[in-house]
Design a protein around this ligand. Sequence first.
Ligand SMILES: [Fe+2]
Ligand SMILES: [Fe+2]
Length: 368
Amino acid sequence: MNITPMDLYPDSGAEVAAGMAPMDTQAMATETTLLNPRFYTTDFDEMDKIDVTPVRAEWDKLIAQMKSDPNKGHFKKTDAWDAVDWDGMYPPLKREFIDFLVSSCTAEFSGCVLYKEMKRRGTNADICELFNYMARDEARHAGFINDALREAGVAVNLGFLTKAKKYTYFRPKFIYYATYLSEKIGYARYITIFRHLEANPDQRFHPIFKWFREWCNDEFSHGEAFALLMKTDPKLTESFTNKLWIKFFLTAVYSTMWVRDHARPEFHKALGVEISWYDQEVFRKTSTIARQIFPIELDIDHPRWIPNLERMNRAFLAMDAAKRQGGIAGKLKGWAAGAKAALTFASLYTIPAKRHALPASVRLEPSY
Ligand SMILES: [Fe+2]
Ligand SMILES: [Fe+2]
């Protein structure tokens, strides 16, 4: 079965084409910046050669669970989908919320495109089956968010995005690190918001958050699949160089999330969530889960951690302001801010990591 959001939502983007969009969400989704979700491509032939024999028992269990498709009927609007007053929404909140939805939709769809391509090019039955299920889930996720955007008149044309968006090449091992992390962070982000709104339902300003619990279980399973893929080759997580790479990806992914979230103060205020608390909470959950496969963990309680994340945020704000200023002065300020961001990254990267031995069995179940 091969579902894409284009099949599910053939008219996606019609509103944008009709010029009704108050925000150019298509451009927001297509643009490639350091902070925007990217589209990835990789060496699919190398990935096709993975032999899952060393993790066969756990693999078969996970695949059977994905095949049973527990969320088959979940991504449909029901009576629980309350009417949304888009026109009455406080404009700065509306702008940030739409930015959040576009960024989430692009990230979900990025997974769909990558997984679907692996399925299309592969010949390895195990790999093809896994990537087929994951592409199915991500198509639903992206389509569901796009449905929410459509109500606001700003759906993204996902079909167009596959052609217009730049693709970043990552070697397979970098895909494992980055995608594993983004799946587990996705789980941690969705479940943290869901639990917070479960306790504070008056702050649920949009119905989509009600769908997050079952949704994040899909992301959890996807992360499990990448953990098993990494487990097939111990070098991927145990060699000295690869540990440095894992630390690099952890630092890059966490600091990017920090900067991106801090750019949405109104959105988090409406949810009643303090951004730095939320991000630390998501890092903590992700790091705890990642002990299943990563032998190192960032020390997010280190005295240099938060001050450097704040410095990173200021550097990005300065880069942004310099870009808007333009001209030679803007360029110089942009370079200075870029250098500051690079130094800050180095300072974050050199915080000593915590180390631990990997468990014999890799599999986990969602527990938050
Ligand atoms: Fe997803
Ligand atoms: Fe996912």
